[in-house]
Ligand binder design. Sequence first.
Ligand code: ATP
Length: 427
Amino acid sequence: MQAQAAPRREVLQKETELRLEVKENHSLTLKLVKGQAEIFGTDLLEQQIYTLRAQKIAVFTWEGCELQLQGIREPVEDAIEVIYESGDTPMREYANVHDLLQKRRAAALTHGSEGPRTMVLGQTDVGKSTLCKILLNYAIRKDCAPTMIDLDPGQGSIAPPACVGATPVEGPIDVEEGLPVEMPLVYFAGNVSPDPNPQLYRHHVECMAALLDKRAQSNLQVRAAGMMINSMGWIDGLGYELILHALNTFRVDFVLVIGQDRLYSQLGSIFRGNQSVSVIKLTRSGGVVNRPRELRKSSRDQRIREYFYGPRNDLQPSLVTVPFANLRVFRVGSGFAAPRSALPIGGQSVSNPLKVTPVTSMNDLMHMLIAVSHAQQPDQLLSANIAGFIWISSVDPVQQVVTYLAPCAGDLPAPFLLAGTVKTFLR
Ligand code: ATP
């Protein structure tokens, strides 16, 4: 038997972080030997072994700590892309924002009023998702369970990509598995950007806000805990209009702008004079990693894979073959609509962006992610949320059958399906 290589020991001084990128297709283990440490707000338990797979993280400590890193099938150095310590972090700023939000939650609990509705904004790769995680985890430590809302269909922290979604966050975010997502509220945009169909995106934002408002009205704790909304990194032109629409629709009162002077000043002037909305500018952490287009695409594919196979590859989805006629697939809008950038200046698509039409060619669906809608009738498809997803593995036009991958065997939970444009290869 091969002897295990020696672990790597790291000692962190207080208020510093260890920034670590694990290579694609590699993994390593992390242990907090002593002291206090957290990953994006999730406290590490002393002596517990955490497995990190192709992640880019920072282990931050408020008080100082000793860590141990160990390779799994190789020396730990071989699994590490980048590792370094930094004392230059915006964690104090972030903790101050948490204190502000927590004061609002406490007041809301006392008076039965609404807790903070926070939206995190900034360009791509400024650390928006990370800040949401930190603030959610800090709220959970104070026994609050805010609702997390992800309005970025590009990545998908709550559901696979091409969706917007919401979920209450009742426990700390798992270092290995991410957000604990049970019974999320999900709408399927069909596209990884709202660009081809912004009307549909606005419609979903409105449906979601209306449902979450109802939930908040009926429960004091939920209302007081408030919302944490993650946004897209598209902040110009139409992206900016969609941000304003979301801010108004969710009645956001804490606007956190990371590292973007222009956006901060634009929003500052819009809300100037409005005492109930605070616009706060925050520093981008130097640790946030830029992800090129190919990496974004591969992490989207990975999210879809994880939906079916689990983050630890321990789920067993089923392949099901059915006649064409058994799948009732629809599409919203004009199908594969051209993005606005492909239209002439000032050009408008003449098709009805909210029209629901049946998909007639099963061949188009090959390798596509398809949403299973909660709709009971086709005319409910536009506004109904999503029960789950299937992936089309093969289409056989001769036998007129389709084979799809589903999270579990048996009938689909609902009869109507929604197609978009997201394709990937899973097997
Ligand atoms: P997007 O525009 O895609 O939504 P974003 O603005 O939400 O991106 P994040 O996803 O929060 O950015 O961060 C980008 C990457 O940087 C992530 O992989 C995240 O884990 C990593 N990251 C964030 N903060 C740090 C840090 N302090 N040290 C190391 N890695 C970090």
